[in-house]
Every structure is written in C-alpha cells, then in structure tokens.
Design a protein around this ligand. Structure first.
Ligand SMILES: Cc1ncc(COP(=O)(O)O)c(C=O)c1O
Length: 350
C-alpha cells in the first residue's frame, strides 16, 4: 500500500488540516529588503554565467582572502553541488559522505556515475577513525555541518582533523554550509583550505528557497573554471532578478539572522522536549531545523501518520537512516504542538 512512498509525493503538499514536518522549507518571510526588489528591463537579459559581479563582490567581502572570481552563483546549493561533483570527478570515483546524509547526495553522486562511500557517525558525530580508514579510497570528501537530516554539528576538533587529512592528501573537500547561520550551540566553524569548495545558499538563512540562488566558492581555480564551463552548457546564468534579491539579502543587518535563530531555537526546544516526553530515542539538534527520532517500523509510521493523522514526515531511509524518521520543524509552534499530539496518539495505538 505504501509502495509509492517518496519525497516527491509530499513536497509542497499542504491544506486540508495537514501538518507537514516534511519539506525543509522555512515558513518565515524573507527580509523586507528582498521583497521590495522590483524587476527592471536589464533583469530579462542573459547575464554572466559565473553570476552578476555585484553579487560576487558582495560575497567576497564575507570570505577573508577571497576575490569575486572565486565564486560561481548557482541555482541554489543544489546546482553548486552538482557542478562541483562533475568538476572534480570521473566515473567510478568515490565520494566520501557521512551517514545519515542529505537525501540528494547519493542520487547526485550516482547520476554523475560516481559512487558514495559512507563514513559512520555516532549520534550524528563523525567517527574519525572510520574517516581515516576510508578517506584514502576517496576522490573527494563532502561534509555537511549542521546536518540535514540530523541537525547535529561536527566538533571543531573533527572539522580541523578533516581539513588536515584532506589537505595532506591534496583532495577536494566539499563543505555544504547551507545551515551555517542556523546554529544554536556555538559559532560556525567554516572549513577552509586550498581545495575546499564552500557550497552555500540563500534558501535557508534568508527564507528564499523558491528564488533558487546559491553559490560555490573556492580558491582552487581549476574547479571554479570547470564549474563555469559546465554551467555554460547547462543552465547558463542564474535568474538575474533573484540574484538582485540575493544581493539585497547580503546587506540585511545581522539582527535579521539572529532573530531567525531565536525562532528556530524556540521550536527546537519545543519539539526536542516533546519527543523526549513521548519516550522517543532522539539526538538533540544543534543547528538547522531537523530532528531524526528512532521509530519502530518507520514505513508503517510515515504512511499511517499521513493517511490516518494527516501528518507528513520523511522516511529515514531516504537519508541513509533506516530505523529513523525525519521531522522538519520549520513550522509554527501551534502546528508543532498539534503534530506532536497526533504522533502521541499514533504511538499509543501502535
Ligand atoms: C544539506 C542541504 N544541501 C543543499 C540543499 C539544497 O538547497 P538549495 O535550496 O539552495 O538548492 C538543501 C536543501 O534542503 C540541504 O538541506
């Protein structure tokens, strides 16, 4: 009956009393500076493949030691990930990712005819011994901290260790930093080095998922040049009006982001404490807006919650976590409370 379970059957589904803990899309509005951006005739012309200069210059001010030519503006972090993988690898190369992983990683690597190689984690934290054992087989490493789907951050010691090992091996280190601004426990530690490719997005920090603006940044010139070459023959420029919106987002006072983090943290506390009360085995999220409880028979749960209780959740197996279910808490407090009540009802009966 639940054979059709896939993320696409839930993405964008709303209304009719449904509570969606599904899609990782902030429910908060983007900054007013972004909303006041109106189209101009120039926005309808083709733009530079690498991205508009004003946006790349604005970004280069955020990254010490960077120049505007080190950036490629992309259709979200999604395109930045795809271009980077294609730029660095060839068929059969292995890309080391930590498990559980963002659900696009495995298909993206495979679509590019490469193979994922998994490093184990304990409560979402990378097992550095396992990392050291496997990294020698990898063409590149992909790190995501804070993580989707665990909400966990990697210890700074671990991140420095990964920087050093990949630097010694001279292999690309891809750092998916789309949640870098949404951390509750400490400042972000941004991975850096000669072969680090930082992948980021305006989707999550500025609530601009549908605008589709992201970027990659690297001091590794051949990677950046190859990404631009590939983009020339695929999507060409990223939407110009959306790039202007993103430019305005770079000028938004830090207080905007701090305000968002306050909201996410309040919701994190609510859902984490609620799940603990329900007796669920769960790791405390330290960033992003996801939580990944262990659930008996996850398929039955996801299907039953949807069909009988009108609650959308995502199967852990899409993220490489077979015995878990992912909840996004990017929704308001009343909905989180109601959703938890319905989960409680389900758990009592099953
Ligand atoms: C870890 C991670 N990377 C990349 C993306 C893609 O983001 P974008 O909207 O910028 O394409 C997401 C979206 O959920 C994500 O969670």
């Amino acid at each position: 009956m639940d054979k059709g379970l896939s993320p696409s059957m839930f993405i964008g589904v709303r209304g009719n009393g449904i509570i969606s803990f599904g899609s990782g899309q902030p429910d908060l509005p983007p900054p007013k500076e972004v909303l006041s951006c109106v189209p101009e005739p120039e926005d309808f012309k083709y733009g530079l493949v690498a991205g508009q200069v004003y946006l790349r210059k604005a970004l280069s001010k955020e990254f010490k030691g960077s120049a505007s030519d080190d950036f490629v503006i992309t259709n979200g972090a999604s395109e930045a990930l795809d271009l980077t993988l294609r730029a660095i690898g060839k068929p059969k190369d292995k890309i080391l990712i930590h498990k559980p992983y963002y659900y696009s990683y495995k298909p993206l690597i495979e679509l590019n005819h490469m193979e994922p190689l998994y490093v184990e984690t304990y409560k979402g934290k990378i097992d550095t011994d396992d990392f050291e054992k496997k990294v020698h087989k990898a063409k590149a490493v992909l790190i995501n901290s804070p993580s989707n789907p665990t909400g966990r951050i990697q210890d700074i010691k671990t991140l420095k260790f990964i920087e050093k090992v990949t630097d010694d091996l001279d292999i690309p280190l891809l750092s998916d930093e789309v949640y870098k601004d949404l951390i509750y426990e400490r400042e972000n530690y941004m991975l850096s080095g000669p072969h680090v490719v930082t992948i980021n997005s305006f989707s999550k920090t500025f609530d601009m998922c549908g605008a589709r603006v992201g970027y990659l940044y690297s001091n590794d010139k051949p990677i950046v040049n190859e990404a631009v070459r590939l983009k020339t023959y695929t999507s060409m420029n990223t939407n110009i009006l959306a790039q202007r919106m993103a430019y305005h987002a770079t000028k938004v006072p830090r207080a905007f982001v701090d305000g968002q983090v306050k909201v996410w943290k309040q919701r994190r506390d609510l859902i984490y404490e609620g799940m603990c009360r329900l007796g669920l085995d769960v790791w405390k999220p330290e960033g992003a807006f996801y939580i990944l409880p262990k659930i008996k028979n996850p398929r039955k749960f996801v299907w039953g919650m949807f069909k009988k209780h009108k609650v959308i959740t995502y199967l852990g197996e899409w993220f490489g976590a077979d015995d878990r279910v992912r909840f996004s808490y990017a929704l308001d407090v009343e909905k989180i409370e109601e959703g938890l009540k319905r989960v409680g009802k389900y758990l009592k009966k099953n």
